[in-house]
Design a protein around this ligand. Structure first.
Ligand SMILES: Cc1ncc(COP(=O)(O)O)c(C=O)c1O
Length: 374
């Protein structure tokens, strides 16, 4: 098959994106004030049933904004999973606080209540549960722990827009939920992010810090050391159009995952994330190839590359990175994280990926896995 390369991800921009962006351009409102920003924030808050949504320029700074507004600072410890995109723990470092990289569950690949409870120390001030690859973390149990210990909870929903735990949307369990709208995400604004909350004070503080710390009633008067973390009206125009289609985007992504599962889950040694019956969303179809090492997994990636299939390794454990090599960042040996990172591979996932391409990818994956497994 396939002389044409199959990409890992591709945005789907088939709704009102172009119309709304043109409208923003023609109106002259191309910077960080404009009707699409207000509308995107209002619509996103309403989709999640929360009081406030604060749009940001990307998901990384959404996390930093939430932590900063909540007063996380030097000396504070923040529990984050070792298995996540680097931005989760970097956002803690930007506050000069100390991320404690904690292991994840081997089945759902998320940091769970058991791992968190063992990580808490007298310096712990916050937890950042990540809904990895769209799979909800066990937020009910995590919130019980947070209440008992008086901890802030910032949910990293970057990969999981629209996921549900029971009938409640993720991002609405913790004090703040943070989202990413990067081009490969469930919905996109090119670059973009959002913080949602029901807390009036946190919302007000995030709005102020997003805008250089400027007093909301007195122009060019700054009460806080703030940032320029604003979203533009053009980004928000794309966001409004994407949100209009979110439920159908999620349904199309579900169908892709179902087809991958039909083709792969009966294969001995290929494992998917466990969802505990929650409504996970399918960001990137990601599987574990049981028994693979970093080298053999990379050999599979190279083989698929030769088959014209673009894939990604699962995130490396954050504690492998030179900036996190100090043992004080690690809570235990984090062996589940290391195993999943070693065995994990993400497969092409985008709206419009045809079933016959999935059949081809699955066949190539099985062939490469069998070739390189020992
Ligand atoms: C888990 C996680 N957190 C945070 C981010 C950061 O989002 P952004 O790329 O929009 O800055 C990402 C995005 O890649 C992510 O996957």
């Amino acid at each position: 098959m396939s002389g044409q390369r199959i990409p890992i991800a591709r945005p789907s921009l088939l709704g009102n994106e172009k119309k709304y962006v043109m409208d923003a351009v023609e109106s002259g409102w191309i910077s960080s004030i404009g009707p699409y920003i207000d509308r995107f924030e209002r619509d996103f808050a309403s989709y999640h049933g929360v009081k406030h949504a604060i749009a940001t320029h990307n998901g990384t700074i959404a996390l930093h904004l939430a932590l900063s507004a909540a007063g996380i600072h030097e000396g504070d410890e923040v529990i984050v999973p070792d298995l996540t995109f680097i931005a989760t723990s970097n956002s803690v470092r930007y506050c000069k606080a100390h991320p404690l990289l904690t292991d994840v569950d081997p089945d759902d690949w998320n940091m769970g209540p058991e791992q968190i409870i063992h990580a808490i120390t007298s310096s712990t001030k916050a937890i950042i549960p990540v809904h990895l690859y769209g799979n909800p973390s066990m937020m009910n149990e995590i919130m019980l722990i947070a209440r008992e210990y008086g901890l802030l909870v910032v949910e990293d929903c970057a990969e999981a827009t629209g996921a549900l735990l029971g009938s409640k949307k993720i991002g609405t369990f913790g004090h703040v939920g943070c989202y990413s709208f990067f081009g490969n995400k469930i919905m996109t604004t090119g670059e973009g992010g959002m913080c949602i909350t029901n807390d009036d004070e946190l919302a007000e503080k995030m709005r102020i810090l997003r805008d250089h710390g400027m007093n909301r009633k007195k122009k060019y008067w700054y009460d806080h050391l703030g940032f320029n973390y604003r979203m533009t009206n053009m980004q928000a125009a794309v966001g409004v159009a994407q949100l209009e289609q979110l439920d159908s985007l999620l349904a199309s992504r579900d169908a892709i995952l179902r087809h991958y599962k039909e083709k792969l889950s009966s294969h001995n040694g290929i494992m998917f994330q466990e969802t505990h019956g929650n409504r996970s969303v399918n960001w990137l179809v990601t599987v574990r190839l049981k028994g693979m090492g970093f080298e053999s997994r990379d050999a599979v990636i190279n083989e698929l590359n030769r088959d014209n299939i673009d894939t990604r390794p699962v995130f490396y454990p954050i504690h492998f990175m030179p900036m996190y090599s100090d043992p004080s960042y690690v809570n235990g040996n984090n062996e589940n994280t290391v195993t999943i990172a070693r065995e994990g591979i993400s497969l092409p996932t985008y709206i419009g990926l045809e079933e016959e391409k999935i059949d081809y990818i699955a066949a190539c994956l099985i062939k490469a896995f069998e070739k390189y497994s020992v």
